[in-house]
Write a protein that binds this ligand. Structure first.
Ligand SMILES: CC(=O)N[C@H]1[C@@H](OP(=O)(O)OP(=O)(O)OC[C@H]2O[C@@H](n3ccc(=O)[nH]c3=O)[C@H](O)[C@@H]2O)O[C@H](CO)[C@@H](O)[C@@H]1O
Length: 367
């Protein structure tokens, strides 16, 4: 069987695509899988590292206002459709799978024009623009929240949940400590702002480090994101912040499964895939939703966990290092709270999403 997979820009679109690719490898004998992305997206690095061949096309996102840039985007998209047609005709896939992000638009359009079987996966309660635009013409839509059904009227829609990379589910605490060389007798905090990092979270961390310095039974992994890493290190230096070996600052974690395996608490944004991963492993969290996500969907995501007692929420404009320190302190010092949050988080997890998506794929291919 031959599959083309596309989806990108940010990790929230790429990682579900890679989980589906893993599922295909388990289900089919030596499937041929080709990824299509853009050179400007994170997929350029992440996909080859995961061992899949990738080809690049031209694509870029529409801005919300009418502008000359949008005309350029339109022309680039048309060019991208042409490039995708050439790739699809050459590769001859049995199925084309899209997980959203602007690169998925031209590829899926080309697949539809060539009469190929198509499947899209939507990660959020409020669907992204690409998936909304092409949903009318694809064979099947896999969704992760019941609420998103209403945006995809009259289609074959299945609620599957968000698929998660298998390493995230299977990495053991022992392996995590060993791979990261961390102290197994300390409480570990993992801080990251989605796949791109979060500026406001990084700023708050500059004040939060002192909490770790004062509390020797804690250790911290803080992932700044690639965009802010250098600037963040510069700011630490300028402010004269003394870092201890219990504070590890990273640009990006390609093996985030190690950090998940040892994390006692996560502090981060509330992107859909991050939350699917956190709940699949049952890790308590403090969530700071990105306030500018379409339809404020990150707050919606975060509140779902908060309502069930799996997470606490701090709104971005209320975020400070002191507020975080206060909350972390409360979570760890309240008798039994961490355990209750863990259990609540695990109950929300849906580790079988990948399997559900593979079942849809088998159904489409058997038609
Ligand atoms: C700002 C914005 O609009 N963000 C959107 C974007 O978020 P974003 O791209 O941040 O995606 P998510 O939070 O859903 O997922 C982040 C992914 O990156 C991985 N990761 C992150 C850091 C790291 O160092 N290593 C690593 O592997 C995580 O394990 C996870 O798999 O897509 C999500 C899914 O469509 C949406 O819900 C988010 O609202």
């Amino acid at each position: 069987m031959r599959f083309i997979i596309t989806g990108g820009g940010t990790g929230g679109h790429i990682y579900p695509a890679l989980s589906i690719a893993e599922g295909l490898k388990k289900e089919f004998d030596n499937p041929e899988i080709l990824y299509i992305g853009t050179r400007s997206g994170l997929e350029k690095e992440v996909v080859p590292r995961a061992g899949y061949p990738i080809e690049f096309i031209q694509a870029s996102g529409l801005s919300r206002k009418i502008s000359f840039d949008n005309l350029k985007t339109l022309l680039r998209t048309l060019y991208g459709v042409g490039q995708s047609i050439v790739i699809i005709k050459r590769f001859k896939p049995d199925l084309v799978i899209g997980t959203g992000g602007f690169v998925a638009g031209p590829v899926m359009l080309a697949a539809i024009l060539l009469g190929k079987s198509t499947l899209i996966h939507e990660q959020n309660a409020y669907p992204g623009l690409t998936n909304r635009l092409i949903s009318k013409y694809v064979d099947h839509i896999a969704i992760s929240f019941e609420e998103s059904k209403k945006y995809f009227k009259g289609k074959k829609i299945t609620h599957t949940g968000n698929p998660i990379r298998k390493e995230i589910l299977t990495r053991t605490r022992n392996e995590g400590y060993k791979n990261l060389q961390l102290d197994r007798n300390k409480k570990t905090l993992l801080v990251f702002g989605g796949s791109g990092g979060a500026k406001s979270l990084n700023q708050a961390m500059l004040d939060f480090y002192k909490f770790i310095q004062k509390n020797p039974d804690f250790q911290l992994i803080h992932v700044t994101g690639k965009r802010d890493y250098k600037e963040h290190l510069k700011e630490i230096k300028e402010r004269g912040i003394e870092l201890s070996p219990r504070i590890r600052i990273e640009e990006y974690l390609y093996q985030i499964e190690d950090a998940y395996a040892v994390a006692d608490l996560i502090i981060g944004r509330a992107g859909a895939i991050t939350l699917a991963e956190i709940t699949a492993r049952g890790i308590p969290a403090i969530l700071i939703p990105f306030p500018y996500a379409t339809e404020n969907h990150q707050e919606h995501n975060a509140r779902t966990l908060e309502k069930k007692g799996a997470a606490r929420v701090i709104l971005d404009h209320q975020l400070t290092g002191d507020k975080l320190a206060e909350m972390v302190n409360e979570i760890f010092s309240t008798q039994g709270l961490i355990k209750r949050m863990k259990e609540a988080s695990l109950k929300l997890g849906r580790p079988d999403a990948e399997e559900r998506i593979i079942n849809i794929i088998k159904e489409i291919l058997n038609k």
